[in-house]
Design a protein. Structure first.
Length: 72
């Protein structure tokens, strides 16, 4: 089975949040309603960023940061 990648443009939000729940606060910080949305099995990060007017590359960077926070 192919391992899921955070930056996979086809990865549904439902899978992303199930595999990496530590990304959920990123969505909440941007006041995105994706968490628990009935459409998240069908939407990707790209879809969500388009819907909310966010830069896709910056958002992927934030998701990656949530998985590997910089030392403080």
């Amino acid at each position: 089975m192919k391992r899921k990648r955070l930056d996979d443009p086809d990865l549904p939000l439902e899978d992303l949040m199930a595999i990496w729940p530590e990304t959920i606060p990123v969505f909440l910080r941007h006041k995105m309603l994706c968490v628990g949305c009935m459409v998240n099995p069908f939407h990707t990060v790209i879809d969500a960023c388009l819907e909310y007017g966010l830069n896709v590359d910056d958002f992927f960077d934030e998701l990656a940061e949530a998985l590997n926070p910089a030392p403080q």
